[in-house]
Design a protein around this ligand. Structure first.
Ligand code: PRP
Ligand code: URA
Length: 209
């Protein structure tokens, strides 16, 4: 599974530990999700294309690298993926935002689609799909399938916590997608929740139950 990058940075590890703590309230939780997304984005955008441009410094003219080429689309999987958008926008403010609405059926754990709106020229963009949790992987596999149906090609997926089952499912279903993971956990419980995980990410971000 060489399309998986598990991030290994102490700041990310520390912030994920704070997210796991059930005492962490909505306000702090939301802030931490954004910060982890930004730190992960720094790594996930490492291969952005650059071109040499001419710039006049106060001292002299020089050739210096600037971002070029393909534009970025951030596509959160609703709801919880929304919590990661601002962190990525702080790195790349001109990104366009798409939305994919999915919820997991409580009995079958299968994803149910309810919304899909993507930026134009999606086939020409570098796409970052966000969702804090990769559990069975069903939601991510389905969302990325929808993006591909609309023409998306260059796709990265970013999650904060992944179960090995979800990673295997996503990596095998979409081997062309680069997957970025904050931390890999032990597995799933009988309700397909990640152990130890952080609970229900959407409920904790939005303060619902
Ligand atoms: C959560 C999470 C993922 C999905 C992960 O969303 O944000 O989208 O479950 O589970 P999977 O890998 O087994 O598909 P949920 O369905 O609870 O919806 P929400 O974000 O609206 O709360
Ligand atoms: N969705 C969540 O929000 N958390 C889990 O552990 C699994 C699915």
């Amino acid at each position: 599974m060489d399309n998986i990058t598990i991030l290994d940075h102490p700041l990310i590890k520390h912030k994920i530990s704070m997210l796991r703590d059930k005492q962490t309230g909505t306000n702090e939780f939301r802030k931490l999700v954004g910060e982890v997304a930004m730190l992960m984005g720094y790594e996930a955008l490492r291969d952005l294309p650059l071109e040499e441009v001419e710039v006049e410094t106060p001292i002299e003219t020089c050739m210096t690298p600037m971002l070029t080429g393909r534009k970025i689309a951030i596509i959160p999987i609703l709801r919880a993926g929304l919590g990661m958008v601002d962190g990525l926008l702080s790195l790349y403010p001109s990104a366009k935002i798409g939305h994919i609405g999915l919820y997991r059926d409580e009995i079958t754990y299968e994803p149910r689609e309810y919304y899909c709106k993507l930026p134009d020229a999606i086939d020409e963009r570098i796409i970052i799909v966000t969702d804090p949790m990769l559990a069975t992987g069903g939601s991510a596999v389905d969302a990325i399938g929808q993006i591909k149906k609309h023409g998306g090609k260059n796709i990265k997926f970013m999650c904060i916590i992944a179960a090995p089952e979800g990673l295997k499912n996503l990596s095998e279903s979409h081997p062309d997608v680069q997957i970025y993971v904050g931390q890999q956990d032990r597995g799933l419980n009988e309700n397909a929740y990640i152990r130890p995980g952080l609970g229900d990410a959407g409920d904790r971000i939005f303060g619902t139950k």
